[in-house]
Design a protein around this ligand. Sequence first.
Ligand SMILES: Nc1ncnc2c1ncn2[C@@H]1O[C@H](COP(=O)(O)OP(=O)(O)OP(=O)(O)O)[C@@H](O)[C@H]1O
Ligand SMILES: O=C(O)[C@H](O)COP(=O)(O)O
Length: 466
Amino acid sequence: MPPYTAELFHGLMHVGYSVDDGRDGARPDESLPLLEDADLEDKVVLLRVDHNVVRKGKISDQHRINVTMATLHNIVERGGRPILMTHIGRPYDKKKKKISISQDESVDAVVAYLQRKLRIKFAVPQFHATENEGIPDVDTSINWLIQDLKSRKIGGIYLPNTRWFAGEEDKGEKMERLIVQLAGLADVYVNDAFGSWQSHASTYHITKLLPSYAGLCMQDELCHVSSVLNPKRPFLAVVAGAKYDTKIGPLTEIYKKVDRLILGGLLYNTFLCAKYGVKIAGVEESGIELARALVEQDKIDKKIIELPYLVESDTLERAQEGQHRTVFLKDASPGKSYKYIVDVDPTSFELHEVLEAVNSAKTIFVNAVMGLMPHFWQGTSKIYDLIDGNRAAQKLFAGGDTLQEFKSLNPGLYHAALDKPEYYLFTGGGTVLKIIEEGDPYGLETVKALVENKKTYAKQIKNGAR
Ligand SMILES: Nc1ncnc2c1ncn2[C@@H]1O[C@H](COP(=O)(O)OP(=O)(O)OP(=O)(O)O)[C@@H](O)[C@H]1O
Ligand SMILES: O=C(O)[C@H](O)COP(=O)(O)O
């Protein structure tokens, strides 16, 4: 329980005091270097977070910022001086090989939020940028700010959007240049950006040059992801959404792990086309091909629960009276064509098999927007309520859109869920799916880099090089 430990007197009696470290049992793997183990006194700490919550210059949801406050507090409380960095959006166009810098993707909104919440001053350095090339260098003008940071004139520095730097997504010289410059600013690196699983300069390569540690949010997420990988059974997964091609990999792995599976959205439409030979508008042939293996597997394992009442719409534009209707899946015969299937009719969730699966589950993993938002929200709202009704189950929600819809459909429940131990809202949906696909949270490149760093520094200390 660092940094405070309970003292054992004669092996029997507790003396002094103990402080709960807030973990509910699970601990990160021993190989992971932890923030709590770092010497931070008067050290400048380069802290990578995932504050990718700005849309058109405004914060869409503060959750990802709030969950990093503990790390920030821990660093400052133990004498560290923080320099924060995050990516926002995707300013680098891979096809055109251009970086576009727009105020809509600046860190300003995040900095304003942090200043309001913490009542401390953060400075955002202004660096020279070239058109389409981004920021080539960490300008030496930042040295003045580092002085102010060390002398506590300012509470922290927040670097510009990491993806504005020419070296962030580069793999060669520009990346090397950036990490040398970043490492020159700080003594210690902390990665608290669970959601940012891509191996970039600020999430991965920087660990080559600084002693590196996992932040508290990163540790929490890694511990909770084991509830998905080693769930209490029965284990139910609800997976829906728009992207069949990117979700089929994780879905195949999820299928192996679950006891029951509920599908929704385009994912379910694709599965239905493959299973019943029907045609549904908007479902791509390539997706149907991929779905056939799942259909065959499910003929044997029978894990997928069918939701037979669906909403068919003539248009994707709106939910207009007379232009959508409920269809019954059992009427499906090969070759039959449907217009857009845009939601699951809530009646489907009243069926015995569905209620039984949801109510008996001990772990429920949700990566699901059941219907086309914002018009067809009823199916999603119904299943989130149903899941909440199972008080005993560990409920794990992941996914950018999933969390956003959870918040907008049921704000009361969403805010309560943030504090309920039986709920866990992951900050990175893509990261969780990636981990499920790989089967090991410590297989993530960004996490592996921290583990490797610990080994390297331990070796150097042993050899007297440090
Ligand atoms: N039947 C449907 N047809 C078209 N779009 C749908 C359908 N059902 C759901 N969607 C859309 O799917 C989107 C959510 O799917 P997505 O796979 O992006 O979710 P997520 O995994 O939570 O998000 P992210 O990938 O951002 O982490 C929503 O925007 C919703 O409108
Ligand atoms: O919002 C997210 O999913 C994370 O911040 C990762 O963003 P990316 O997919 O652009 O790397």
